[in-house]
Design a protein around this ligand. Sequence first.
Ligand code: DX5
Ligand code: ZN
Length: 217
Amino acid sequence: SRAIKIAPSILAADFANFGAECRAVEDQGADWVHVDVMDGHFVPNITFGPATCAAIRPHIRGVMDVHLMIAPVDPYIEGFAKAGADFITAHMEAGPHIHRTLQAIRGSGAKAGLALNPGTGLDGVENLLDMIDLVCVMTVNPGFGGQKFIDMTDKVQRLRALIGARPIHIEIDGGITPDTAPVMARAGADVLVAGSAVFKGGSVQNPAPYGDNIRAI
Ligand code: DX5
Ligand code: ZN
């Protein structure tokens, strides 16, 4: 059985206290910290950019997982890599040249992630398998935290089969709760992003027992 990692999304954290929030979730068992970058163009919401990522970086001991919901992507890759992102994930839907974008991400020294909106199928993924370290299967339409989970069990199962023995993570993002997490882990996901389920109303809920539940599957 593969190790399941919990990646709290700081989109649901206190934006005035990212440093403390990152340290708190790591102290409580988070494996990765998920950082949602939105541009008000690719998605109808704006968060922050590379300067904020660089400021957060020293407060994360583990993996900094940067999810870019921006278009275009390419002009900003170097900036996020310099900010210390371990993974940089770009959307299949963000432009016509995802292959070039993934090349540029690997070229920057970061690991490359490919995100798929709920309406996007697996057709194009096959051609990119040698260029990616992670596929992020969105289980909400990106833009906001706290949305209702859209079941992508079938897509995750088919993706897991497509990936085969390659060392590629399957990450699930959106609407993950103690109820939906085990379902997606069973389907083949190994990185579970959780915003509102971990950070609730400014207080931090301990993700450790949550992670432990998942690991017991
Ligand atoms: C959605 C973001 C997600 C989101 C997850 O656009 O990419 O990372 O913050 O938040 P919850 O867990 O609240 O759905
Ligand atoms: Zn995200």
